[in-house]
Design a protein around this ligand. Structure first.
Ligand SMILES: CC(C)(COP(=O)(O)OP(=O)(O)OC[C@H]1O[C@@H](n2cnc3c(N)ncnc32)[C@H](O)[C@@H]1OP(=O)(O)O)[C@@H](O)C(=O)NCCC(=O)NCCS
Length: 198
């Protein structure tokens, strides 16, 4: 179901709203697993939500951090959680940044409501609250392959600041397996026409 984004109200939420965000968070978790399968092994839904909801409670304990909820007919169809914190050494050892910085920890619009301007409105609401607080430095992390979201952020002035590479446990074993593939799994190459056997 989609709806005119103007019919959707955006309001501030609180820790009391965290429990209602489970399904939306899992939609983002599944989106990440879909767009960035190569980034690592994704945890199951229960673990994901247990850890994330606990982080939300911790972050919102700082009164500068905030949660924005987009509601359509009482139902939450999108949200953004922004953490405001003191700039830590991982920033200040390299860049001149203000004493307090913000990080967009989560931004999600439920799939049927995407592409109608709601994400833009959430970002406008984030900017308004950060301006009210006098925060000028905002960070957002993205999984590689989340190109649509990256385009949206870049249109609003975000630029790459750092790139994180990882090699997890099992990565070497996976690489070794990939170098000795099952012949049935060999990918098509351009030397000759072939059809993958499924
Ligand atoms: C990113 C997201 C919040 C944007 O919300 P939205 O309501 O679709 O945004 P808007 O309608 O205001 O703007 C559309 C822009 O969002 C981006 N976008 C990302 N995913 C999109 C999707 N599935 N459908 C439509 N637009 C998408 C595009 O840049 C699009 O611009 P384009 O038309 O030039 O491609 C939303 O698409 C979403 O929840 N995506 C999955 C979760 C995610 O990636 N969150 C960000 C991780 S930090």
């Amino acid at each position: 179901m989609s709806a005119d984004s103007r019919l959707i109200a955006i309001d501030h939420g609180s820790v009391d709203d965290i429990a209602a965000l489970r399904e939306l968070w899992l939609e983002l978790h599944h989106h990440h697993a879909q767009v960035a399968p190569q980034s690592g092994e994704f945890v199951d839904d229960a673990s994901s939500w247990r850890v994330r909801s606990s982080s939300y409670r911790e972050w919102l304990a700082d009164p500068r951090s905030f949660l924005l909820l987009a509601r359509f007919e009482e139902r939450v169809v999108g949200y953004a959680l922004v953490r405001v914190m003191d700039a830590g050494p991982e920033l200040t050892d390299s860049w001149r940044v203000p004493a307090a910085v913000a990080e967009i920890e989560t931004m999600l619009v439920s799939a049927p409501f995407r592409g109608a301007g709601l994400g833009t409105r959430l970002l406008d609401a984030i900017d308004a609250e950060l301006e009210r607080q006098g925060i000028t430095e905002v960070i957002v992390g993205l999984m590689p392959g989340n190109d649509g979201a990256q385009r949206l952020y870049e249109r609003r002035g975000f630029r790459r600041r750092w790139l994180v590479l990882a090699r997890g446990e099992g990565e070497l074993a996976r690489t070794a397996r990939a170098m000795q593939p099952n012949p049935a799994d060999l990918p098509c190459v351009l030397l000759r026409p072939c059809r993958r056997r499924d």
